[in-house]
Design a protein around this ligand. Structure first.
Ligand code: EPZ
Length: 413
């Protein structure tokens, strides 16, 4: 699929952010922890949610889809989600923790790598072993077996978001208490803990670097609304600043956007925080900045590509260091095709700012790189075509309509 972006269109108006993709995916996986009815509201219509819903159905869960919510009933009749579904989305791996907890035996295809790195899962497996599981590999699948899961102390060498989530879910039904040390601090971790607690779980400390999970015998029904998507919000903030317009982004939690707000203000943009909205505008020239991506609350790696698409028109040279993933500069080659001046040295990119970008045919390699190319296209001279735009639709609901409502001229080809 392709989208065409007409350049040099400042954005004005209001845009509403949906629920967080990276909160909903683990929350849907955690729905496997009970057979009782569970309802999740404000579900965005994005590909990743569609695939993970198919994974749950393939495991036997009955799912009623309404316009903006999902109702899940009934339990699991399989411990091995089909490979053709699992390979479509890495987050499928998050079903391993709940399946291990519920069935004591789970087999999941090792998640494929993707454009941004090999994406290992050693920390997930270290956690499962610490809880008493025996891990083996067979034909590209990971198999975990445990008659019973016992609580334990687990130290994460890196505050991995997925490992923290997977271990939290397995520990929720284990016998005894588990402590995850050096846990990820992301808001999506807190949302998952709140969801598990809404089903009767006992998770405390989420959002701090030690999370305590007291295993319970059974989890029960719930109705839950996930947090807003801070990366979708950040993407619209960057588009507003990059195009020199003024945009009100609604349904956000300003606390979750602190790092993006601080960096945008450093570049000379104006950012005004409300209770659940944020206004971004920029009239002055873009000042160059230094960015280093870090686990939350540091600058989010999921905003690195979009911020780079903004800095390519700064008045001076910026430095961007990607410290979370080993290969998250795939968007650079595409930005060079639009006339950007960027030099990569290992995990650091030096961006020499310049006034104009020229439109080109470019390729989205992952959803955030795709969003970055869209932002670059909005500021370039001429009409940019973004190929493989299905990557963008994996995580951004109605992105073409939302941008066109702000005055952009984007069309799907
Ligand atoms: C989650 O991925 C997000 N995905 C990613 O968002 C996000 O970029 C990432 O967290 C970091 O914030 C979802 O939540 C569905 P990690 P995850 O485990 O859990 C290494 C997007 O664009 N690592 O925190 O896979 C790993 O290689 C996506 O929405 C290990 O070494 O991220 C990476 O370098 C992209 N061993 C680093 O940790 C492990 O066992 C961060 O990975 C696990 C991870």
């Amino acid at each position: 699929m392709e989208i065409q972006v007409q350049g040099q269109t400042p954005l004005y108006g209001r845009v509403e952010v949906g629920s967080s993709k990276n909160a909903i995916l683990p929350i849907l996986a955690a729905s496997l922890l009970t057979d009782e009815p569970r309802k999740i509201n404000r579900i965005p219509n994005i590909k990743d949610v569609e695939v993970i819903t198919e994974v749950l159905s393939s495991l036997g869960v009955n799912i009623d889809q309404f316009s903006r919510s999902l109702e899940l009933f009934g339990g699991i009749n399989s411990n091995h989600p089909p490979y053709e579904l699992v390979r479509q989305i890495r987050a499928s791996f998050l079903v391993m923790g709940p399946l291990l907890a519920r069935r004591g035996n789970v087999r999941v295809a090792l998640p494929g790598g993707c454009a941004i790195g090999t994406r290992p899962i050693d920390l997930h497996l270290k956690g499962f072993e610490a809880l008493g599981a025996k891990i083996t590999m067979s034909g590209g699948d990971v198999i975990a077996k445990a008659n019973i899961l016992h609580g334990n102390h687990i130290y994460l060498d890196f505050p991995s978001v997925g490992a923290t989530e997977n271990i939290m879910m397995a520990a929720a039904l284990a016998q005894g208490t588990t402590y995850i040390e050096n846990a990820a601090l992301e808001p999506e971790i807190v949302d998952l803990a709140n969801y598990i607690n809404s089903m009767g779980g006992k998770v405390t400390g989420a959002g701090c670097n030690v999370i305590k999970i007291e295993g319970v015998k059974k989890l029960t029904s719930t109705e839950y609304t996930p947090i807003p998507d801070r990366i979708e919000a950040g993407t619209y903030m960057l588009a507003a600043a990059a195009t020199g317009g003024e945009v009100i982004i609604e349904n956000i939690i300003p606390e979750h956007l602190k790092a993006i707000t601080a960096k945008l203000i450093e570049t000379g943009a104006e950012v005004i925080e409300g209770d659940n909205q944020i206004i971004v505008r920029r009239e002055k020239e873009i000042k160059p900045v230094y960015i280093k991506t870090l686990p939350y609350p540091g600058f989010p790696t999921d905003m690195q590509a979009q911020f780079m698409a903004y800095l390519i028109r700064a008045n001076g040279s910026s430095i961007v260091t990607e410290s979370v993933f080993e290969n998250r500069f795939m968007h650079v080659a595409e930005l060079l095709r639009m006339g950007a001046k960027i030099k990569i040295e290992g995990r650091t990119a030096v961006i020499r700012g310049q006034k104009n970008l020229t439109a080109a045919r470019v390729k989205a390699t992952d959803l955030r790189a795709g969003a970055a190319l869209l932002i670059a296209g909005l500021t370039a001279r001429g009409s940019t075509t973004i190929m493989n735009s299905e990557h963008i639709d994996r995580g951004y609901e109605g992105i073409v309509e939302k941008f066109n409502n702000l005055g952009a001229k984007i069309s799907r080809i």
